[in-house]
Design a protein around this ligand. Structure first.
Ligand SMILES: [Zn+2]
Length: 618
């Protein structure tokens, strides 16, 4: 399956996060993800480890991020915790290979999406540890799934996410191919949702009707399905087609948000700045783009990955990474609990945008942890000719290329700096290619002072001793059209927003036996600064503010854009801004404002019109 891939990821211990990437992972480990087994019953007392609580997707979701985080940080306590869970899961695997925690008579009604997920997690664990028990456990579990599907067809989540099983199946097939594995791949494809057909006849061009939940417009299923076609085609040894590109363009055309993702609260919700999008959808779309980058080599997937990682992901998780939202909004002026009839969300509850332990539903609580660790593994990629820079992140790696020991390091504060330095060191002279990525949207780019064109600069050289390469690019901040005649600002991979000062009101309580207590409590956020503005002349001055501080800290954004805004009449109801202002005529003098990266905001205005006196100039 992987032989045809353009790139191969490096995993820990070969790969090491550095700089802000390391700090982000450390914050995650010190926050909710690193402590979920101590504070959340669905992990602490899970059915997967013999407890009475949830025995389906939550432990596998959590381990999927927790394991790579533990090994990237090389943290012995976290590794010991992951080992404990994997040992408990392996020890409970049944004689016939069944690996999920349910009794034999419950199996026909058990949604085996969780079985796909745990097999995928076991592969992640193997990649970090090379534990010899894993291959046999995955073999037995997948064989059991293939027998199960002959009599119990896929339904619900298993049918929507059938392709996830191809990840462990492809891994196993590459190691020891057997005929039944090909048959299982076909069975999954035939019993699962045909996304190719769905997008050929795409009926979902409007927001989902309020209150009508649907598997086919479900934002997480759609984020995941972007990897379906490439997984199936590469398993079958066929060329990867353009399904993902076409499907994503369709989703963005009708439901796109400034963050480069589509809305879904939790089904497709259109382009309004009040539409929400779910955290699980963000991390699953990132994971799709990571696969697509490696499978196709298309740099567009690295750009899309960075868009989500540098904007949507940090914005919807608090700076201390103890709390998160279920749904984030482009224009989010207050995050307070709303009654069902007052929520702007189509099928999510009125608490979906508060920051908390498990607002609306606990899937994101378990699943969000995969975002940062998997991103780190997309930075330094092995190509058939040498080494390629994928997502631009501070990381280093030690590897062997044609019997030569190679150390490769990316030194950067990007996306808060406009460039990066590569350090490469070999233990003996060796010839291979280093492929440098230039992010999309760079007005110009230079490698060691020489101007380069396009998204890649490939250096095929004989590398000897220690070398350094300097990559510099230039970005311009520009207004981009978004919804009706409203705009947002983007500079390189970063979307900028007007930050609204937030008062965090702590809420500690127990509901259904789940305790919210500081630091894993809920918060409502109320605005303490004005937000009712329109853009003025559309000119932006880029400034560095707090270089070297935590990457996505809402108290200390590292960079800003200075601009002029005009106050306008823009009403709000129940803490939700109207879709647009009631008039574009300024109601007071212009103000000098600082826009900050969307990912460094808690409350914000992102999508705004241009005020009346300037409309002709834009
Ligand atoms: Zn979720």
């Amino acid at each position: 399956m992987y032989q045809s891939f353009y790139y191969k990821q490096l995993t820990p211990p070969k790969l090491k996060p550095e700089g802000w990437m390391y700090r982000q992972l450390r914050t995650q480990a010190d926050g909710l993800c690193g402590n979920l087994d101590k504070v959340w019953p669905d992990i602490k007392e899970s059915g997967w480890t013999g407890g009475e609580k949830e025995g389906w997707e939550r432990v596998p979701y959590w381990l999927d991020g927790f394991i790579p985080m533990a090994w990237l940080l090389d943290d012995s306590d976290l590794k010991a915790c992951a080992d404990k869970y994997i040992n408990a899961i392996l020890s409970r695997q049944q004689e016939d290979g069944w690996i999920c925690p349910c009794d034999k008579e419950e199996r026909p009604r058990y949604d085996i999406w969780a079985a796909f997920l745990i097999c995928k997690v076991l592969v992640v664990y193997y990649e970090c540890t090379e534990d010899a028990r894993i291959e046999q456990a995955v073999y037995k579990a997948l064989k059991c799934i293939s027998r199960h599907l002959e009599v119990h067809t896929l339904f619900d989540w298993g049918a929507s996410r059938w392709f996830e099983c191809l990840i462990p199946l492809g891994w196993l097939y590459d190691r020891h191919p057997e005929r039944w594995m090909q048959d299982l791949a076909v069975l999954l494809r035939v019993q699962g949702v045909d996304y190719e057909k769905l997008f050929e006849n795409w009926p979902y061009r409007k927001p989902q009707e309020k209150g009508r939940w649907n598997y086919l417009t479900h934002v997480v299923n759609l984020s995941m399905c972007l990897r379906s076609d490439m997984l199936y085609n590469s398993f079958e040894g066929r060329k990867i087609g353009d399904f993902a590109e076409k499907a994503l363009n369709m989703l963005l055309d009708y439901h796109g948000m400034p963050i480069g993702h589509f809305s879904g609260d939790e089904c497709l919700a259109g382009k309004s700045p009040l539409s929400g999008t779910e955290l699980c959808g963000i991390v699953e779309a990132m994971y799709s783009y990571e696969w697509l980058l490696c499978g196709t080599g298309g740099d567009i997937w690295a750009d899309r990955l960075e868009n989500l990682a540098f904007n949507a992901l940090p914005a919807t998780i608090s700076s201390d990474m103890w709390t998160h939202q279920y749904d984030q909004m482009s224009n989010q002026i207050q995050c307070s609990i709303l009654s069902p009839e007052k929520t702007p969300f189509l099928t999510n509850s009125g608490e979906s945008h508060i920051f908390g332990l498990e607002p609306n539903y606990g899937c994101c609580t378990a699943n969000f942890g995969q975002g940062w660790p998997k991103l780190a593994m997309s930075a330094i990629l092995l190509s058939k000719k040498g080494i390629a820079v994928g997502a631009v992140l501070p990381c280093s790696a030690s590897m062997e290329i044609d019997s030569t020991q190679v150390y490769f390091q990316i030194v950067t504060d990007y996306p808060f700096a406009d460039g990066y330095r590569v350090i490469v060191q070999t233990d003996r002279p060796a010839e291979f290619e280093i492929s440098l990525r230039i992010p999309d949207g760079a007005a110009e780019a230079y490698v060691d002072g020489e101007k380069v064109e396009g998204n890649r600069c490939k250096l095929q050289r004989r590398w000897e001793g220690k070398s350094e390469i300097n990559v510099v690019f230039a970005f311009e901040a520009k207004l981009q059209p978004q919804y009706e005649d409203m705009y947002y600002v983007k500079r390189g991979p970063l979307v900028f927003s007007l930050p609204v000062k937030a008062q965090w009101r702590k809420k500690e309580f127990v509901r259904d036996g789940v305790e919210r207590r500081y630091p894993y409590c809920d918060y409502e956020l109320y605005p303490e600064s004005a937000w009712n503005f329109a853009f003025a002349d559309g000119k932006f001055m880029y400034n560095k503010k707090n270089p070297g501080i935590g990457a996505f800290d809402s108290q200390n954004p590292p960079v800003c854009l200075k601009t002029t805004l005009c106050p306008v009449e823009w009403p709000a109801e129940n803490g939700v801004a109207a879709i647009r202002p009631s008039s574009l005529t300024p109601v007071g003098p212009e103000v000098e404002a600082e826009l900050v990266p969307y990912g460094c905001t808690d409350l914000r205005m992102t999508v705004m019109p241009v005020a009346e006196p300037y409309r002709k100039e834009i």
